[in-house]
Design a protein around this ligand. Structure first.
Ligand code: CA
Ligand code: CA
Ligand code: ZN
Length: 460
């Protein structure tokens, strides 16, 4: 069992992380142009390392043993490589004709990253279809180390590298400006941690991998995330599982920049938005919501069940209470409907458990797991159609009836001091159910929506 001291240490770690990220953001002075390399230029061309494997990010390439190493003229997919599941690392030096700001562009399918020296200039990493990203850097005239890492998973493979500058319009980087030079880019290998969690009395174990290679400001998550699961997984199991269920034994949390929802679950991976969690490091309930999807792992849910799936995930989030600032509606809110999912549905489910069937969510969860869920089950379990139940909830709670049931007590005493510190760190903001819905990508909100990353699709 973690001690109270551990909780305070975690809070301190998180606060240290916040201070770090604050310092990084504040440093917005225009940097001096990067100094050029000295000494004689190397032979023409670039070195390219060819890797074979199922890489989810360019960051995986540095630690992998390449299959081949050769010299190529410029950035183009070389001959003799496979069509899927490979990676390439190009490195050398690029000669810029005059001092100034240069913009680099990569178009890639799947991910790519471009560095000048050890500075990340183009972040276009992670699995995706052909897409262009760009970035700029101020350079002195002369040669500068350049590195482009690229990987392809499946389907199409595309890599194009362009640049533009004071006297150069946007065009492919030509072979004439490229010469050989050693690789200077290496990725952190200590930013991926694996924690083995065990609950001997439950006969359960879980391997938790946390990857913050692209979010150094969130390194406290290597302790925070396993701690959230260590404390809350038993209650999640009691809410969502029965004897004989197949349960996740491994989960990877990847913190990535450029994810336009706060988090989503896909397979055994939970992808967290680096920007969201840098601003909201105490949003531990979001981790619970996403991990609930892994425990749910419903087979094929009917198309009209998405709201129940998301409602149950937020019901679990509420019952677990990992984040005390997060609230679900405590009464009907004008304009909401039970099919909204998330906190709105969670509050409705709590109302139904209080007034009709204390085991309602357990039963709905079992039906979803066994592929027998249908909306008529609400009537079977409560004696009333779901629309009638909602109308009743709407009218009663307009009269002040509270919908919420008491939360289960937190399993350890460390939650409160930790949460108090986290709340203070994030400005004491209180998140509510409606906002939480936006935060899973289903509704408009602070972050743009991306239906493909929405929770129901990701877990189906
Ligand atoms: Ca391919
Ligand atoms: Ca591809
Ligand atoms: Zn969700």
């Amino acid at each position: 069992m973690p001690s109270r001291a551990t909780g305070q240490a975690l809070a301190a770690l998180l606060l240290a992380g916040l201070a770090l990220s604050g310092a990084a953001v504040a440093d917005d002075a225009a940097p001096a142009p990067r100094a050029a390399l000295t000494g004689p230029a190397g032979a023409p061309g670039l070195t390219v390392l060819y890797h074979e494997g199922d890489f989810g990010t360019v960051l995986d390439l540095d630690a992998d043993q390449p299959a081949t190493e050769r010299t190529v003229a410029t950035f183009a997919l070389p001959d003799g490589i496979r069509e899927d599941y490979f990676g390439l690392e190009y490195y050398g030096a690029i000669a810029v004709p005059a001092e100034g700001t240069y913009t680099f562009y990569t178009t890639s399918d799947d991910g790519s990253r471009l560095y000048i020296g050890e500075t990340l200039v183009v972040q276009n990493d992670y699995p995706h279809g052909a897409a262009e990203q760009q970035g700029s850097i101020s350079l002195k005239a002369g040669r500068h180390p350049i590195y482009v890492g690229y990987f392809d998973g499946v389907v199409d493979q595309v890599l194009e590298v362009r640049w533009s500058g004071p006297d150069t319009t946007k065009s492919a980087v030509p072979a004439e400006v490229l010469t050989q030079y050693p690789k200077v880019v290496h990725f952190p290998r200590d930013a991926v941690s694996t924690t083995e969690l065990e609950w001997p009395d439950l006969g359960r174990h879980l391997t938790v991998t946390v990857d913050t290679r692209d979010a150094p400001e969130l390194k406290a998550f290597h302790e925070v995330i396993p701690d959230v699961l260590r404390r809350h997984y038993p209650l999640m199991l009691s809410l969502l599982t029965a004897e004989g269920d197949t349960l996740p034994t491994q989960v990877t949390f990847s913190v990535r920049p450029g994810v336009d929802v706060p988090a989503y679950a896909s397979g055994s991976r939970i992808v967290l938005s680096a920007e969201w969690f840098a601003g909201n490091p105490g949003d531990l309930g979001c981790l619970v919501h996403e991990f609930a999807h892994l425990v749910q792992s419903y087979p094929r849910s009917p198309d009209d069940a998405g709201w129940v799936v998301e409602g149950i995930a937020d019901y679990v989030r509420y019952r677990v209470g990992a984040d005390e600032r997060w609230r679900i509606p405590d009464s009907y809110r004008e304009g909401t409907h039970y099919t909204n999912g998330y906190g709105v549905t969670a509050a409705f489910l709590l109302y139904l458990e209080r007034h009709y069937d204390a085991e309602l969510v357990t039963k709905l969860n079992r039906a979803l797991k066994s592929g027998t869920y249908r909306q008529a089950l609400f009537e079977q379990y409560t004696g009333k159609p779901v629309d009638d139940l909602w109308e009743e909830y709407r009218q009663k709670s307009a009269g002040g009836v509270q919908a919420t049931a008491p939360r289960r007590a937190l399993p350890t005493p460390l939650a409160r001091p930790l949460q108090a510190d986290l709340s203070a760190a994030a400005g004491g903001e209180v998140w509510e159910g409606q906002t939480a819905a936006a935060r899973c990508g289903r509704d408009t909100g602070r972050l743009a929506r991306r239906p493909s990353a929405a929770c129901p699709a990701a877990i189906s």
